[in-house]
Design a protein around this ligand. Structure first.
Ligand code: ATP
Length: 587
């Protein structure tokens, strides 16, 4: 299977495997399911745990310049006012005015159309006016009962000539949906009816805190983990004795009342995020401290942070770090792309934003994002809470002290001009410089933000393979295998006694199993032929299988270690086995 163009059916096969083997279940399935919510079964929760663990280790624990946080999900509602979520965290929503009354995200209507039976039915008819007319009077009544021309076939006469020249299936669908004399309709991909004008719909889940159900007690389930990091920035900085550049990482649940949750666990209403807010000095402070800000070029060495780095180098550094993490955890370099948002796509406060997009079977879509968010978030919280989010930088104050009045004036003039070039006022620039000259500033932030569930989906999609095998006798067979990186795989080692009815062999195998189980999540399987047991493990991505046989018992204590990907087997002592698995799991 070409992973770059994994067909949609590959996702169907994966979804079925995930349910059958206990990775992912639909939430509340016994009650018919609950759209946008998922439950992770025995293997799924191990998989997610491994992803989070790897992220935490790489982004937080292995670094001296990042601290961790585990904040509450429900926070003071003023946080969401300050962050802008209350006023602007919305998606454009449309409702079908036709038969089905479905609500959909207006910006996803054409994406939904791509997979719809209406598109499948209309596509072969493009340009064939007679066939379209027949369809509207016949099968169209079932496929698109809300479509205007299906309900009013008398309209066919007026549009018959135009039907011959429509360029594509979308144009055909719009033409059939639009009543005479009216502006072009936005048709419903479900029934063909007309959608309402898009209206903003806030994505935050509301709840009530305390016993009285009153608007004054309304609070929100967090739609991202980031805001708690901003709100706790002063506490974490002081208690951990950090100073910019340093970061705060957090992993936790987020909730968004997505209008159209879709594509399996890609877009759900409850999901987990892994977010780092990395606080840096403003470029102007770097310049005063180091005499220069390192320009970002294709040749900039981004392997180790440097004091001269401004936001551009820090941002690119984190993009590179995140790509390194993805590759180390099993996503090949060519399975994802970097999308650098264009200036007109950026939020007004953002300096740059890169989406790392994975080639999912349903299209190339955002896996995670790395944004340079300026000092926007901390400034907003300072403004709304009245509490200072500034840091005092003693070396900066000393550096400024060494400047002559002329040097200070020249610096001020340069910064004011730069700020004005970015559309800011001289007054704001001067206020900022006054604080800077006292050694004070609000840090800027670089935000690498990833979704655990999307990561799990990308890793599963990439790992899934249906391998055609031919045995020595020429017999063909299909092996389903998840090539998950050993660090990510839910089960690291499966242990099999060759036979189960020989107590001394079984006991020895149990001892080995117990020993391995102390280190990793292991699986015990004593039923069926060894070949069948291997296949069951291949399907869930277990990288190593260990068989304990009579040689183990009677000769040298070695076991057979079978490798999932190469399917090769070797005899190995239990100590060497432990070293080998350890190296693979921690690699
Ligand atoms: P999208 O454009 O796909 O809605 P976003 O740009 O709003 O995503 P962010 O707010 O930047 O996403 O969230 C950071 C990460 O959180 C995303 O890259 C994604 O991995 C994850 N994420 C966001 N929304 C969802 C969701 N509804 N379901 C699952 N994961 C999500």
């Amino acid at each position: 299977m070409d992973k770059k163009e994994a067909p949609k059916s590959a996702l169907d096969a994966l979804v079925s495997l995930c349910k059958r083997r206990g990775f992912i279940f639909q939430s509340s399935e016994v009650y018919g399911g609950f759209a946008g919510f998922w439950d992770y079964g025995p293997l799924g929760c191990e998989l997610k745990r491994n992803i989070k663990e790897r992220w935490w280790r790489f982004m937080v624990r292995d670094r001296e310049d990042v601290e961790g946080l585990d904040a509450s999900i429900i926070m003071h509602p003023a946080i969401w006012k300050a962050s802008g979520h209350l006023d602007t965290f919305s998606d454009p929503m449309s409702m079908c005015k036709g038969n089905c009354r479905k609500l959909m995200r207006a910006d996803q209507i054409w994406e939904i159309f791509e997979d719809s039976p209406i598109k499948a039915a209309l596509e072969p008819l493009v340009g064939d006016a007679g066939a379209v007319a027949n369809w509207c009077k016949g099968k169209g009544k079932n496929v698109a009962p809300g479509l205007y021309t299906v309900q009013h076939p008398e309209r066919l006469e007026a549009i018959f000539e135009t039907l011959k020249t429509v360029p594509d299936v979308r144009a055909l669908f719009i033409l059939l949906a639009t009543p005479a004399g009216e502006p072009e309709a936005l048709p419903c991909p479900n029934c063909g009816g007309v959608m309402t004008e898009p209206r903003p719909f806030n994505l935050m889940f509301k709840t009530v805190v305390g016993p009285i159900d009153d608007p004054s007690n309304v609070a929100y389930l967090r739609p991202e983990t980031a805001q708690a990091i901003f709100a706790e920035f002063p506490n974490v900085m002081v208690s951990s004795r950090q100073a910019p550049p340093f970061g705060i990482g957090q992993i936790g649940k987020s909730f968004r009342n997505e209008v159209t949750p879709r594509n399996y666990i890609f877009r759900s209403r409850e999901f987990e995020q892994m977010e780092l807010e990395f606080f840096i000095k403003p470029d102007e402070a770097v310049e005063l401290l180091c005499g220069r800000v390192e320009p970002l070029t294709d040749d900039t060495d981004l392997s180790e942070p440097k004091p001269e780095w401004g936001w551009a180098c820090w941002h690119k550094y984190w993009v590179e770090q995140r790509k390194q993490w993805l590759v180390a955890n099993g996503l090949p370099k060519d399975s994802f792309v970097e999308y650098w948002q264009k200036p007109d796509e950026l939020a007004h406060y953002a300096r740059a934003c890169v989406d790392i997009e994975y080639r999912f079977p349903f299209g190339t879509q955002e896996l995670e994002g790395i944004a340079a968010r300026s000092d926007f978030d901390l400034s907003r919280h300072q403004e709304h809470s009245g509490k200072s989010m500034e840091v005092f930088d003693e070396p900066l104050k000393l550096a400024v002290k060494k400047l002559s009045d002329d040097e200070k004036a020249a610096f001020r003039a340069k910064v004011v001009a730069e700020w004005q070039g970015r559309g800011k006022t001289a007054e704001a620039a001067n206020a900022f410089i006054d604080r800077l000259f006292e050694g004070k500033y609000i840090p800027h932030v670089i935000e690498p933000s990833a979704g655990v569930d999307r990561m799990a989906l990308a890793l599963l999609c990439d790992a899934y393979e249906e391998q055609r095998l031919v045995d020595e006798k020429g017999k063909e067979d299909v092996r389903t295998v998840l090539h998950l990186a050993p660090a990510i795989a839910p089960v690291k080692v499966a242990v099999f006694p060759l036979v189960k009815n020989r107590p001394e062999l079984r006991n020895l195998a149990r001892d080995i199993f117990k020993r391995l189980q102390k280190r990793w999540n292991c699986f015990w399987d004593e039923t069926g032929a060894i070949g069948r047991r291997y296949r069951r493990q291949d399907e869930i991505g277990t990288p190593f299988c260990v068989t304990v046989d009579f040689d183990t018992l009677e000769k040298d204590g070695t076991v057979t270690l079978r490798d999932r990907d190469s399917m090769t087997q070797e005899r190995i002592s239990v100590d060497d086995l432990i070293a080998k698995v350890d190296a693979a799991v921690n690699g």
